[in-house]
Design a protein around this ligand. Structure first.
Ligand code: HEM
Ligand code: NFK
Length: 300
């Protein structure tokens, strides 16, 4: 072997036959002319994507690009999260539990990525942020339409939250539609009812614009599932997926709170809220109350 390796593969160094094995491979078949064919950048519309970072600070602040990229990547993941959540909800509506579970598993991984990426923004110091903040004016994550859509899809309905989109007809209409539709949990309860579980009728025909509130009889239903998991496997698995999703959502909220606290302390938010106190209150919200309540009953 020219390269002295028993498996005959090049280790990347020159072997005296006109360049490395890697270089020869590149010369052989790699596509170079994209004047008439689809390239990486064409397919991904990188012209649009990479021209959308437009810092406003004057004089330009080094850290504003971090702030923009952190939010834009979050919005991209939120877009995928919504796609998967909507699909999971539709699959439950047609009694396709297994594919719905597959969607929920992906939702969880997206949520973890969203939570993990807080560590990048946490490198922003209060002094660095203070140089950018005046240029943000009245803008705030409070006005993230996709975040609000996720909250609505998971069941945290709040008509008040639609008002900040009054200036944008398309966004307001999309959010208003979700407000009036059943959430993922509402569809799960309807599925359970169709499968013969004793879900109270009041939970199946209600004003969808209101959040679901804890129901004692529904806890009984889940208690029977958790008492004999093997007899209710698909339902049991779905319950645990939903708890994972709520757990992951709370972790995102908590990391946001921590980062906000270290960056702006107790300043009033640019969106007009009390800031940290407002975000801390959101930690007491729950999407699937009965799935937490049932835990107290297990084994008793
Ligand atoms: C230095 C970074 C950040 C600070 C200081 C900050 C601060 C705040 C504050 C004070 C609020 C309360 C609303 C207000 O009055 O403005 C808020 C809400 C919000 N922020 Fe941030 N934020 C930061 C980064 C982010 C990032 C990276 C995202 C990702 C998308 C985000 C998403 C949101 C959302 C969705 C809300 C609304 C939460 C709710 O209604 O429960 N924030 N933020
Ligand atoms: N609410 C933040 C501003 C802020 O973080 C922000 C501003 C514009 C776009 C997204 C933002 N992120 C989350 O709220 C503040 O009070 O400093």
């Amino acid at each position: 072997m020219a390269d002295g390796r028993a498996d005959g593969r090049s280790d990347g160094r020159s072997d005296g036959t006109g360049g490395t094995a890697n270089q020869r491979e590149i010369e052989a078949g790699i596509q170079r002319d994209f004047s008439q064919s689809l390239s990486y950048g064409d397919y991904l519309r990188l012209d649009v994507l990479l021209s959308a970072q437009q810092p406003l600070s004057d004089p330009p602040q080094h850290d504003e690009l971090l702030f923009i990229v952190q939010h834009q990547t979050s919005e991209l993941w939120l877009k995928l999260l919504l796609h998967e959540l909507r699909s999971a909800r539709a699959l439950l509506r047609t009694d396709d539990l297994s594919p719905a579970l597959k969607r929920m598993a992906r939702v969880k991984h997206i949520q973890h990525t969203l939570t993990d990426q807080w560590s990048v923004l946490a490198t922003l110091t209060p002094s660095e942020y203070a140089e950018i903040r005046p240029f943000l004016a009245t803008s705030s994550g409070f006005q993230s339409a996709q975040y609000r859509e996720v909250e609505f899809l998971l069941g945290n309905k709040n008509a008040e939250m639609v008002k900040v989109f009054a200036h944008d007809d398309t966004t307001r209409a999309a959010l208003d539609e979700l407000l009036h539709e059943p959430s993922l949990y509402d569809e799960f309860l309807a599925y359970l009812s169709r499968q013969g579980y004793a879900v109270p009728q009041r939970l199946l025909e209600r004003d969808w614009t209101l959040p679901h509130t804890a129901d004692e009889e529904l806890i009984d239903v889940f208690a029977s599932v958790y008492a004999a998991p093997a007899e209710h496997w698909g339902v049991y698995e779905t319950c645990e997926e939903l708890v994972d999703i709520e757990d992951s959502f709370q972790q995102w909220r908590f990391r946001h709170l921590q980062v906000v606290q270290r960056v702006i302390g107790h300043k009033i938010g640019t969106g007009g809220s009390s800031g940290v106190d407002f975000l801390r209150r959101a930690l007491s919200l729950t999407f699937f109350p009965e799935l937490y309540e049932v835990r107290t009953r297990i084994g008793q």
